[in-house]
Design a protein around this ligand. Structure first.
Ligand code: PXG
Length: 292
């Protein structure tokens, strides 16, 4: 059985899942998306992802031609068609088909599609050993230009940052803002641990309010680990006791080296691993359940 994709109201075969070359999602990156995980037939934090999608849409004045409930049903239908219990969902809404001009009013109806697939994770040894990462020259968007709370299809500067990380032999990049403050990675938020306390950059500086980030903050509260949002510099990273990244694909992944500086004792930290365990305990429970 081939992989089925939900496209504009219908389930179609993967090979037939095509959008027009006149779609403004392709021509201008005019659209928004969500990446969502499924664990043991539980769509993790689906409500939070749908809320963020609709907030992104509201902000860019994009009218989504389905309700949250209809999208939820479409996601479940797609997962069932592909008989997936665990995997990854990519939900995308674009401005739709228009003409060769920027005017979004020429796009009569938004394009909406849902891809579900198995997920390729970082190898398990990275979770045990931790990552070596670098800070890169390409900055995150200024919040005054494209607000990072909008999860838009414009990822070019994050892609440039990813290229810079790859050129340095690393798989992730720390992106800074125009003042040199730490923001986040190309598709993950960042936390440090200093003297037993968790610290993460405030989102108003220009980082995405990640759903995994919020879930980790909840786990920390339950474990009575203090957590604060504070501006961080590269110096704070280099001298952290522990660092980890959080995101839908990565979950929580420890970092043991930044710009060739060893972090802490160079091993995955105890608090990072404790939080990863607590996070993995909630993933098959905290969301919308379905049966196959
Ligand atoms: N920052 C940015 C810039 C992101 O794009 C996150 C943080 C983490 O947010 P969540 O809500 O996932 O905890 C993201 C999310 C990918 C991929 O293929 C990346 C994201 C989402 C889906 C897929 O690398 N980024």
């Amino acid at each position: 059985m081939g992989n089925k994709v939900f496209l504009d109201g219908k389930l179609v075969d993967r090979e037939e899942a095509k959008v027009s070359v006149f779609d403004h999602g392709l021509l201008y990156g005019d659209g928004i998306f969500e990446g969502i995980r499924v664990y043991s037939r539980c769509i993790f934090k689906l409500k939070e992802h749908l809320d963020r999608l609709f907030e992104s849409a509201h902000s860019i004045m994009l009218s989504i031609p389905m309700t949250k409930n209809e999208i939820e049903n479409a996601i479940i239908k797609t997962l069932k068609a592909n008989r997936l219990s665990d995997g990854y969902i990519r939900l995308v809404v674009t401005r739709g088909v228009g003409d060769l001009g920027l005017d979004p009013n020429k796009c009569k109806v938004a394009t909406i599609f849902i891809i579900t697939d198995k997920i390729k994770l970082y190898p398990e040894e990275f979770y045990r050993k931790g990552l070596a990462i670098v800070t890169v020259p390409t900055m995150r968007n200024l919040p005054e230009t494209l607000n990072p709370s909008i999860k838009s299809l414009n990822y070019l500067n994050n892609i440039m940052a990813k290229i810079e990380a790859c050129n340095a032999g690393c798989i992730e990049a720390i992106m800074l803002n125009k003042d040199g403050y730490v923001l986040e990675c190309t598709g993950d938020n960042v936390f440090i641990v200093k003297r037993g306390k968790l610290i993460t950059p405030p989102t108003y500086l220009g980082a995405l309010e990640g759903i995994t980030r919020n879930a980790i903050i909840e786990c920390a509260k339950k474990l009575k680990i203090a957590c604060e949002e504070r501006i961080l510099t590269r110096h704070d990273l280099f001298n952290a006791d522990e660092i980890f990244l959080t995101g839908t694909a990565a979950e929580l992944i420890p970092v043991v080296e930044v710009d060739k500086r060893t972090i802490g004792d160079g091993k995955s930290g105890a608090i990072s691993l404790k939080l990863l365990k607590a996070f993995r305990a909630i993933t098959p429970k905290d969301g919308v359940k379905y049966s196959l």
